[in-house]
Design a protein around this ligand. Structure first.
Ligand SMILES: Cc1ncc(COP(=O)(O)O)c(C=O)c1O
Length: 423
């Protein structure tokens, strides 16, 4: 539970930031309403990051940045393990925090379930999106000829395990082109629904397309799939800690994601959600003692052999940090900065924007290029002029530019100035 004083105290902002907080949130146990445009408040948030101040990071789409408290937890616990591993009594795997992989990680899974609005037993911890998706593709049974449908814009870590399914078991992997830029959510829905056939058994797609930041209308798509008895699995690599996720509302069958991009957790932290009614039938890929123990389905998949507890405890701190600010506030700030960038880019005739035309389908990721430049040239120009780091997306699509809570309006405006200079 969060109240206004908690946020300020946690972030060490007591004197600075009162103006950023809506007075109605005072002394209540509700998520505080922060002003997504208040420079004083967000400067204070920026100070919670160690990120070097002479450089500007615009690439959370690849990997995020740990707040200081997260990094400190990672170091402190690693130091504790190196110093005090002899304290380990081997009495209760679920209480002792020396190695992960045998512990049910209930406190962390509970926070993840709260973030996503689902049941704890439906959450298993994974290292990343790629292995979460692999557990699902590998764990469900398909017959030769069964079709797996996806889009033409999926990441290798999301789609490749389904290609294995095709090669190994004779399932058919099909992609459908959804456009870049995407025109509208109605059009994507229409394209995907028209691509369903009576043989479609699985629909796998990104909730947010990695290459363009397009937020797909997954609730509507999943409802259409459900009507046809199609198993739906969403790739949430880009959504967790970025846009708000409500799995009960989306009503997909499975969802995988990671915390090392937008939540600011250490690398190697992810999860897999599978609806309880399906999780009980999912074969495990990585098997240990619990492989066939259905008392806690999420634990069955979480028990994956020796792993690093420090990154999980640091993940817990990152989730606490995220909850303290409030997922809605984090989204609002990310979106505010992303929209400021896109609005500026739209004014420039030499810029081609590949993010969706419908602004409601965009948040913190923008994809664009300047006439006559490659992505690598644009990326290098940003670095050489201002030590700014968006990420090249190849010759045609230019750069993918991610905005997060540690970025500022000045950084966005400076980036727009550079685009103007180059165009
Ligand atoms: C949409 C999407 N899926 C999957 C992945 C792979 O994620 P991970 O490296 O966590 O396995 C990424 C990484 O950028 C991604 O953007």
């Amino acid at each position: 539970m969060t109240n206004r004083r908690d946020v300020l105290k946690y972030l060490g902002l007591t004197a600075l930031s009162v103006s950023a907080l809506n007075a109605s949130a005072a002394n209540t146990e509700v998520e505080p309403i922060l002003n997504s445009e208040d420079p004083l408040f967000w400067d204070s948030v920026r100070n919670q990051f160690m990120l070097s101040k002479d450089k500007v990071f615009f690439n959370c789409g690849t990997v995020g940045v740990m707040p200081k408290v997260v990094f400190e937890k990672l170091c402190d616990h690693s130091r504790y393990l190196a110093t005090h591993v002899a304290d380990w009594e081997y009495k209760d795997d679920n209480k002792e925090q020396f190695i992960s992989g045998y512990n049910n990680l209930l406190p962390i899974r509970t926070k993840v379930a709260k973030l996503l609005n689902c049941e704890v037993a439906e959450i298993a911890m994974t290292d990343n999106v790629t292995n979460g998706m692999s557990y699902i593709a590998n764990g469900i049974t398909l017959q030769p000829g069964d079709e797996i449908l996806t889009t033409d814009q999926e990441h290798g870590g999301g789609q490749s395990s389904w290609k294995v399914k095709e090669k190994r078991f004779g399932a058919v992997f099909k992609t459908v082109a959804i456009g870049k830029p995407i025109t509208s959510s109605a059009e994507v829905l229409d394209i995907i629904v028209k691509a369903f056939t009576p043989k479609t058994k699985v629909l796998m797609l990104s909730h947010m397309i990695s290459g363009s930041g397009a937020i797909l209308p997954v609730k509507e798509i999943c409802a259409e799939a459900k009507r046809r008895g199609i198993f739906t699995v969403l790739d949430g690599a880009q959504t967790i800690g970025h846009i708000k996720i409500d799995l009960k509302d989306i009503d997909c069958d499975a969802y995988v994601g990671c915390f090392h991009k937008w939540v600011g957790a250490p690398t190697g932290t992810g999860f897999m959600f599978v609806k309880a009614m399906h999780m009980k039938d999912l074969w495990t890929t990585v098997a240990s003692y619990r492989w066939d123990d259905h008392a806690d389905e999420g634990f069955r998949f979480t028990q994956r052999g020796t792993g690093n507890f420090a990154i999980l405890l640091a993940l817990e701190v990152a989730l606490d940090f995220h909850f303290q600010l409030g997922p809605d506030n984090v989204y609002a700030r990310i979106k505010f900065l992303g929209e400021r960038l896109r609005n500026g880019l739209r004014q420039n005739k030499k810029v081609k924007l590949f993010s969706p035309k419908e602004e409601a389908m965009c948040a913190g990721i923008s994809l664009y290029n300047i006439d006559g430049l490659t992505g690598a040239q644009l990326q290098d120009a940003y670095w050489n002029k201002a030590k700014m780091r968006p990420r090249s997306q190849g010759d045609i699509f230019g750069v993918r530019h991610s905005t997060h809570i540690f970025n500022s309006t000045q950084e966005i405006d400076r980036a727009l100035k550079i685009v103007e200079e180059l165009s």
